[in-house]
Design a protein around this ligand. Sequence first.
Ligand code: LMR
Length: 394
Amino acid sequence: MFGTLKPQAPDKILALMGEFKADTRQGKIDLGVGVYKDPTGLTPVMRAVREAEKRIWDAETTKTYTTLIGEPGYLSGMSRMVLADALDTDRTAALSTVGGTGAIRQALELARIGNPDLTVHVSDPTWPNHVSILNFMGLPTATYRYFDDATRGGDFEGMKADLARARKGDLVLLHGCCHNPTGANLTLDQWRQVSEILDRTGAVPFVDLAYQGFGDGLDEDAAGTRLVVGNAPEALVAASCSKNFGIYRERAGVLLAKVADPAQRDLAQGTMSFLNRQTYSFPPDHGARIVMTILEDAALTADWKAELEEVRLGMLGLRQQLAAELRELTGSDRFDFLEHHRGMFSRLGATPAQVQKIKDENAIYMVGDSRLNIAGLNRDSVPILARAIVEAGV
Ligand code: LMR
């Protein structure tokens, strides 16, 4: 049996992580995987997370199973954080999952059960693992234009034209904020127009919200999601706590499914519960419990929000510094898009050869499509990167 296995294509983001680790050069800079780093290069445990862990340690008397769908307090806290006023509790089922990726997978399984003929529309480009999961599941996909390589901004006219081709019951996968890999985001008015197209076509929005709080703020980053989910009769949201709570390895995610009629809610909830049982039974609890502990305590929530805001503003400052350095070095504003992008990532627009040159000559690692993780920089490494970009002829 095992002799028939074929090598799987390596995930290019994870492969780059390994390559960076193996590089022995002093002063190497990791702008690859989407992990936040503080100015000293550390991915810190957030203050509120540490405090929540202490409280859990003190109070926890058992490690017995919770429920198949996860801790109710976690699910309601996350549902409110993501959807706020757009949350229709009578029509929304929620599931605790193994990270955001687990939520994506369960969302696709659920959608496929509901509509075996669906096509999933993804942005071009999108997070490579979206495509990989879809291909692995054998789900038909279509791409919609999203990014304008010339301006490094959005191609909204292209996006609208392509989305108009979606059929009733198809899924349209949207990045809730901080588009990965480009950093180019929709305005609220553009979200409104997307919502109208979904309404006309009958396609179902499926929002991947992995970076809430990393772009313009916790509420601002969820505004587009709230708008489309609020307007749509049916919707799916996969949210991750990895980045905004900094609990990457704890694997805390949540899947929200909005159904057309309250009478369908229990059926959706039961199917989601079944999907967890078939995949891994009970979802992991520790990360979810940390999030629940924070969200259920006003002081912890305030402290977590304050630290998240520091993280967000730090990334914005680095964006501004990098754009300013490049303005200075090139005497042009052609890299100003870096300042306008939001979140961890920006697609620089370098060729694969230029990305390779930057890596070979400067030990600066970015993904081959020239996605760079702004949070991998600090005040001292920004000028080094700016010079490397110019020397590579980007
Ligand atoms: C990324 O895009 O770098 C992150 O979402 C981490 C991952 O799992 O790929």
